[in-house]
Design a protein around this ligand. Structure first.
Ligand code: TSJ
Length: 645
């Protein structure tokens, strides 16, 4: 492949300026030049092949990560047109790769750019690649062109004959390390995630992902995603680890107002709804008109059915949308000519025609489905009616906690041993597992600034219980009233009665589980407490070592071994293993775990990036004896992080 000289006219100069702009401000075109942007290049290319599949001319796309982190995307479509476009004087291929926002307005075919947030096309990928080679197989020939940092190396040329009947497009590129300064290494799992999603959203399409970055002698990793059922299989996949409420998975599709609509849904026995919405195969996490249409139709259709079949009496309230969507898993996928994205992050569909299209198709087809499947209708409505009752009960319970916290300080839980200092800045509360440990802690504490709230047994897992049960739970009610802040939309951090909330549980698996349940509750009901750094885990020791009237505490087996190494292993060592907080006398509990001068606490934080992972970083609070504990704490922090929250 020689680098032939290419003559530049005025048009070509404009093109170069266009791609130069992309290289100057890549963030404007792909959002970021970090890892996410790097992966975005692949989606941008694959989107073109998916369009070819949607047009009905392609059923297989192969994506390969090469050993050197270059990428190949290959499809068996018609091949990008190679003839010269009269207006631009360029081949179709060159238009696609060198003109910014080239939207396939050529060829007269129904070519649509699957554009969303950053639907910017192949020319942007070309501009941001150190080099890119495209091969098109069509009309019995194989054509090729190469670009370097967006610049044409030679005009499209024939490089060989095509096998009988073969057609397709193959793009081979290397992301430019000058642009992707952070990383040019691809993550197989990130690509897998998105490509699987694409395959679900395009029924019948086969997408293969292969990773050639393997150790010598090992087989490459390769997976193929192919779903004849499309989004119906997507719902099946999402509900796989759950217990579905009924066997059928609903699937509705149609065309209305120039909007192509596909919806699939099934309920499971949980209490959370998971609805995923897509516009032109792009996820819309903020929803929009398509989601609104879906919800409206679902609520109306189920209420109509419930009334007509006497499952709701005339004097009873309608079910709310939330009641009906309890435990719902659904996919809504619309394809639309000119999507408008709104909202802060431009991830919310704005086209009003989508609302009516989805509502119309879901309304009609769901009505028919319920008539044909009365048992499914009954299952869903019985669950929704339970949800309605639970919601009423929860509202009453919540009103109660509201009234209590309005009284500020009055109505504190009976089991709480409050501190005397009334300035929250100085105060901390220990949430202690078990009444006996609670007793020791009450004796040990510094009364002025330390409050103790003992909780009995395992607290409720708020992920697995309905709201009414949560609000009726005594341990949870006690925590809510003790903290003083209220919860959810009532939450007010200025009412917080303690600067530190310290969870104190046994240093064993059960203790870790209880701590997890408490963190889960705090995270779901008052996440600001964690975000603002008010939540801590106490660190009780595992061992006490006595020798020649001296005492050491060890917080792990490793630490015990280290101390034993230092003091010598002989029969003068008296080692006590603490099986729980309850085995320590108040004095020991104070010395090792509660005394602000000597203890070590772990501060619980939320990983800003993912927002969903609770992370624990240690904060050392005073004391010079901290150093030897550090190692253990770092290990333990990881352990806590990995708890399934
Ligand atoms: F965009 C791209 F260059 F990056 C790219 C495009 C990359 C890959 C891997 C594939 C494709 C692509 C484009 N696959 N299939 C097509 N099809 C067309 O461009 C095409 C073919 C025929 C006609 C026609 O009207 O005859 C129209 C079009 C747009």
């Amino acid at each position: 492949m020689g680098n032939e000289e290419v003559k530049y006219g005025a048009d070509q100069i404009q093109i170069l300026e266009g791609l130069e702009a992309v290289r100057k401000r890549p963030g404007m075109y792909i959002g970021t030049t970090a890892s996410r942007g790097l992966h975005h290049l692949v989606y941008e290319i694959v989107d073109n092949s998916v369009d070819e599949a949607l047009a009905g001319f392609c059923n297989h796309i192969e994506v390969t990560i090469n050993e050197d982190n270059t990428i190949i995307v290959k499809d068996n479509g018609r091949g990008i047109p190679v003839d010269v476009n009269h207006k631009s004087g360029l081949t179709g291929v060159e238009v696609v790769f060198t003109i910014l926002h080239a939207g396939g307005k050529f060829g007269g075919g129904g070519y649509k750019v699957s554009g969303g947030l950053h639907g910017v096309g192949a020319s942007v990928v070309n501009a941001l690649s150190e080099w890119l080679e495209v091969q098109v197989t069509r009309d019995g020939k194989v054509y090729e062109q190469r670009y370097e940092r967006g610049k044409v190396c030679y005009p499209l040329k024939v490089v060989g004959d095509a096998p009988e009947g073969a057609t397709g497009t193959r793009v081979y590129f290397k992301p430019d390390a000058l642009i992707f300064k952070e990383t040019t290494i691809y993550d197989y799992n990130i690509l897998k995630q998105r490509l699987r999603e694409m395959a679900f959203l395009t029924k019948g399409l086969r997408i293969t992902l292969t990773d050639l970055r393997v150790e010598e002698g090992e087989e490459p990793t390769s997976q193929t995603f192919h779903y004849e059922g499309g989004i119906k299989e997507f719902v099946e996949y999402l509900n796989k680890s759950k217990t579905s409420l009924y066997d059928e998975i609903m699937y509705f599709e149609g065309n209305k107002n120039n909007v192509q609509v596909e919806v699939s849904l099934q309920h499971n026995d949980s209490y959370t709804e998971s609805i995923y919405t897509f516009v032109n195969n792009i996820n819309t996490p903020e929803g929009g008109t398509h989601l609104e249409g879906f919800k409206a139709a679902l609520t109306k259709t189920f209420n109509d059915y419930a009334r007509a079949n006497k499952m709701l009496k005339d004097n009873e309230d309608n079910l709310t949308g939330e009641d009906i969507r309890e435990g719902l898993t659904a996919i809504i996928s619309v394809k639309i000519e000119d999507p408008q994205f709104e909202g802060q992050t431009k991830q919310k569909l704005g086209n009003s025609e989508a609302r009516g299209a989805v509502a119309g198709i879901v309304g009609e087809q769901l009505t028919y489905f319920l008539e044909q499947n009365p048992n499914v209708a009954k299952q869903i409505l019985e669950k929704a009616i339970l949800a309605q009752r639970a919601r009423d009960a929860a509202r009453k319970a919540r009103d109660l906690t509201r009234r209590k916290s309005a009284l500020d300080g009055l109505g504190l839980p009976g089991k709480l041993a409050d501190c005397s200092d009334k300035d929250p800045k100085n105060c901390e509360i220990f949430i202690v597992e078990g009444d006996s440990a609670g007793g020791s802690a009450k004796t040990a504490r510094s009364r002025a600034t330390q409050a103790i709230l003992p909780l009995r047994g395992k607290i409720l897992n708020v992920e697995k219980a309905r709201v009414d049960k949560i609000y009726a739970n005594n341990e949870i009610k006690a925590m809510i009233t003790a903290f003083g802040t209220g919860i959810h939309e009532d939450f007010d951090i200025s009412k917080l009665r303690y600067n530190k909330i310290i969870i104190m549980t046994d240093a064993d698996v059960d203790g870790a589980h209880i701590a997890t349940l408490m963190l889960t509750f705090l995270y779901r009901f008052m996440p600001e407490l964690i975000k603002e750094g008010h939540v801590y885990l106490a660190q009780p020791p595992l061992y006490k070592l006595e020798k020649n009237k001296k005492v050491w505490y060890a917080y792990s087996d490793e630490e015990l071994n280290k101390i034993l190494q230092d003091v010598g292993r002989d029969q003068n060592n008296k080692i006590q293993r603490y099986k729980g907080l309850g085995e320590m006398d108040p004095e020991q509990l104070w010395e090792t775990t509660m005394d602000p001068e000597r203890r070590v606490l772990l501060r619980v934080t939320i990983d800003e990036e993912s927002e969903s992972d609770i992370d624990v970083t240690f904060t050392t609070l005073m004391g010079d004896k901290v150093e030897p504990r550090r190692e253990f704490i770092e290990k333990n922090a990881k352990f806590v992080k990995n708890l399934d929250i």
